[in-house]
Design a protein around this ligand. Structure first.
Ligand code: C2O
Ligand code: CU
Ligand code: CU
Length: 525
């Protein structure tokens, strides 16, 4: 026991062994939904619309969470102890944002997915020092979408986001109004923010910049949905709209519903698709959003679950088998929403030059060392039997939690784009404004997953590994994964300028990759 008490982290197996009492254990299951009543209710972030003067006030603050029984977790939140409100605006609005930083560290606030000029984008150059306020004016001119916001300070974005600085940013427009989609907030229109976390023995969030972190990103062992472990949502009976945000630092999810129910994807990062896409599984990578409709007209309970993903080190327990993330109890009043046959008309893909105007290669300078670390721990054998071998799982976990912290210099040069690690004082490229462009994302020799995010735009995917994208990725996107040496081609256009003092960012949305050099700054003129 002594070794456990001195251990800097708490592993799930120790909980299971009963050495510490009861973190609420997520259900591991394949069958129908469990119906225990001892579940926390799904927290529903409060909606926050502009006030009568068109103003929205956000205050970054410290708080406390009760994620681990008997322990308090120091957190950050926006207008609350953990996570933030769901900002709700309409296309055409001009909103005065006021972002107050009451924390003891500098932050920025970035509107992920919003098409706004570089000088209000909230990238690394827009620092909000402790005690200061930033008041950008945002003009909303893009289709209805589920976007989000989070800080973007360089080189410490990963940890404040992990502590809870993130929130949804919802845009409505005439199309979304006219579609009869489920739209009663928290009743049949349900926000689902997915985050994995790991805790130190004192209840604080674990985070450490070591070789494992700059290689695979943050690996949690506990799932939170809107800040609660395996919560239940008591909803309307009828069609449910889930607004899914992968707000994790690094982890991808392969989402499914219990009893193999199918669902309909109606929107991706930047808005509605042309038609609903019926699926039984949906991959969601860090930073991505999807809206799905679920037929819950029969009122039966079901679980949202995640299946094992093909992402390095992310198959440690409890992610080595189907894992229930939350349960739905659609036993309320009848919902008013329905599944439309068609959604919106998207503009056709433009004629583009065959030769890309911009190539971004995501590279890792320490991938050999990082791979070596995980190979030594036996990672390739982790999934040999479907379920993780406990000894290998422990060895891999040790590499993640005990691995020595890197020097700042090593951290900042661990990853790169086009061979260069991020440098605040360098503009990496300039893009012509108001011009359809053909860009290519690719990766170096590491074959790891990189969800590629570009500021200041919503783009369309032309190809994924040379093939047409699957239908759920044919709408507006701002984050697209590349992995296993693959490529993604996009059509992109920038409507607003970004200058050298407030450039846009192109980066990997694995936040530990972003904080270790996998980011480029660019201007639009
Ligand atoms: Cu969600 Cu540049 O970030
Ligand atoms: Cu962004
Ligand atoms: Cu990456």
């Amino acid at each position: 026991m002594t070794s456990f008490l001195s251990a800097p982290y708490v592993s799930r197996r120790m909980f299971l062994a009963g050495s510490l009492s009861t973190l609420v254990l997520p259900g591991l299951m394949n069958g129908p939904a469990r119906s225990e009543t001892a579940r926390p209710d799904l927290p529903i972030p409060k909606q926050l619309a502009p006030d009568a003067n068109g103003k929205i006030t956000l205050q970054a603050m410290t708080g406390e969470g009760a994620f681990v029984e008997g322990l308090k977790t120091p957190t950050y939140g926006i207008n609350g102890p953990y996570l933030g409100p769901a900002i709700r605006v309409r296309r055409g609005d001009t909103v005065m944002m006021e972002v107050q930083n009451t924390l003891e560290e500098p932050i920025t606030m970035h509107w992920h997915g919003l098409k706004v000029p570089g000088d209000v984008d909230g990238g690394p150059a827009e620092q909000i020092l402790p005690g200061k306020t930033w008041s950008p004016q945002l003009t909303i001119n893009q289709p209805a979408a589920t976007c989000w916001f989070h800080p973007h300070f360089y080189p410490t974005t990963a940890e404040p986001v992990l502590k809870g600085l993130a929130g949804l940013f919802l845009i409505d427009d005439e199309d979304s109004d006219s579609l009869q989609l489920p739209s009663e907030w928290g009743v049949d229109d349900i926000p689902v923010i997915l985050q994995d976390r790991r805790f130190n023995a004192d209840g604080s969030f674990f985070h450490r910049f070591n070789l494992a972190a700059v290689t695979v990103g943050y690996v949690g062992d506990t799932m939170l949905v809107n800040g609660a472990a395996y919560p239940r949502a008591q909803t309307a009976k009828g069609w449910l709209r889930l607004r899914i945000l992968n707000g994790s630092n690094a982890r991808s999810y392969r989402l499914a519903l219990s009893a193999n129910r199918s669902f309909f994807v109606i929107a991706g990062d930047g808005g509605l698709l042309e038609t609903p896409v019926e699926l039984s599984e949906l991959l969601v990578h860090a930073g991505e959003r999807f809206e799905i409709l679920v037929d819950a007209r029969n009122g039966e309970n079901f679980d949202l679950l995640t299946r094992p993903v093909d992402q390095m080190a992310m198959n440690l327990p409890p992610f080595d088998q189907d894992l229930a993330l939350m349960t739905f109890q659609p036993n309320g009043k009848d919902g008013a929403g329905s599944l439309p046959e068609g959604l919106v008309k998207l503009p056709p893909i433009a004629e583009l030059s065959d030769e890309p105007t911009q190539k971004l290669e995501f590279g890792m300078n320490l991938d050999d060392e990082g791979m070596g670390l995980f190979m030594k721990a036996g990672l390739p054998k982790l999934m040999a039997s479907g379920k993780a071998n406990p000894e290998i799982a422990d060895a891999v976990t040790n590499a993640i939690v005990d691995g020595q912290e890197l020097s700042m210099e090593t951290q900042l040069s661990a990853n790169a784009i086009n061979g260069k690690s991020f440098d605040m004082s360098r503009v990496d490229f300039d893009v012509s404004i108001n011009q359809d462009q053909h860009w290519v994302f690719s990766e170096g020799t590491d074959r790891m997953l990189h969800p590629v995010h570009i500021h200041g735009c919503q783009y369309r995917v032309l190809t994924v590994n040379g093939n047409a994208p699957p239908p759920e990725l044919t709408g507006w996107k701002d984050t697209m994964p590349i992995s296993k040496g693959g490529t993604v081609e996009i059509q992109v256009r920038f409507d607003y300028p970004a200058t050298a003092d407030k450039p846009y960012m192109a980066h990997c949305h694995i936040l530990e990759h972003e904080d270790s050099g996998m980011m480029a700054g660019f201007t639009v003129s």
